[in-house]
Design a binder for this molecule. Structure first.
Ligand code: SF4
Length: 308
């Protein structure tokens, strides 16, 4: 599968599903909340969560979804020559609302004929049969993904970072989702979480591999201003990874994933003015190049160590 590259990139997947047309993602904010911030589970949120602009009880989208999509598509057409689009419901927990509100949100994409996909990021404890049934109904017309934030397969880490859910919650959500054959699953994971060893990180890769997800997003942990992680960093309770450490761990992680899992992301984005550390995440190309280089030098590739 990887003649000139050592992992299954999102661009290759998009190329496959769009007959070679240029596909880009438009990220939108539907104004939904998160139970780990609004008090249902906690008011602290995950230790790395940037709560800027977050009102504790409810949020409203900055602009109507239709406008966000229109504007996003316009920018991507102009900048990259994008022809087709995937609408990515990104901010907070995008299934944390009654089904009728979710339907109204997701239906917005129907106004745009160049949209070919729908990607919905959420927490594993924010889905049920009705929500998944709704999502599945869009699969007749769109490439439909649900993106579950797991971050680590270790409950002690999940507690340390105040995720407010367990590995078991995640596995339960995956089992429920698998009843809906047309929804693809993408798992979010973070490398460099406080207290995690290489062995723990690779165990997370194996647990994720075990559910055979269609996609994975791998992020390096970075510190955003005024988060709990920022305080831990100031108290010298947390030290971020170096770029080399991250790149090596990311390569090892890839080796343990199935070869046909789409790697939707293997770097991070953060506005410079919000970032505390590590500064290397700002040079995304350098990170991606280093990962590519290491894979090549060490004859590593996605799936090499995956059994099953
Ligand atoms: S689940 Fe997401 S939105 Fe909620 S607290 Fe954690 S990082 Fe923030």
């Amino acid at each position: 599968m990887f003649s000139s590259q050592s992992y299954y990139r999102l661009s290759s997947y998009y190329n496959k599903i769009s007959d070679g047309k240029k596909v880009h993602k438009v990220s939108v904010d539907a104004g939904l909340s998160c139970p780990n911030r609004d008090g249902k589970i906690s008011r602290q949120g995950c230790v790395y969560c940037d709560n800027r602009g977050f009102s504790l009880n409810s949020r409203v989208p900055l602009r109507p979804l239709k406008n966000q999509i229109e504007e996003g598509m316009g920018v991507l057409r102009k900048k990259f020559g994008a022809e087709k689009f995937v609408i990515y419901f990104q901010a907070y927990s995008n299934t944390y609302a009654p089904v009728e509100i979710l339907r109204r949100n997701f239906d917005t994409v129907r106004q745009f004929p160049d949209v070919i996909g729908l990607s919905v990021a959420t927490r594993p404890d924010c889905v049920d049969q009705d929500i998944l049934k709704l999502l599945n109904s869009y699969a007749q017309d769109y490439d439909v993904w649900i993106e579950y934030g797991l971050q680590s397969a270790h409950n002690q880490t999940l507690e340390r970072i105040n995720r407010g859910h367990s590995l078991e919650d995640f596995l339960q959500a995956v089992n429920l989702t698998r009843k809906y054959k047309n929804i693809k699953i993408c798992v979010h994971v973070i490398i460099g979480l406080p207290g995690e060893t290489k062995g723990m990180i690779l165990k997370t890769a194996k647990v994720i591999a075990g559910i055979k997800p269609e996609g994975v997003k791998i992020h390096p942990l970075h510190i955003i201003k005024n988060t709990q992680l920022h305080k831990m960093f100031q108290r010298q309770q947390y030290k971020p990874l170096s770029m080399e450490e991250y790149a090596k761990l990311a390569c090892d992680f890839l080796e343990n994933l199935p070869a046909d899992t789409v790697i939707q992301r293997i770097s991070a984005d953060c506005p410079q003015d919000l970032l505390v550390a590590p500064s290397w995440i700002l040079d995304k190309n350098k990170v991606l190049n280093r990962i590519g280089q290491l894979l090549k030098e060490e004859n590593k590739f996605q799936g090499r160590l995956h059994k099953g």
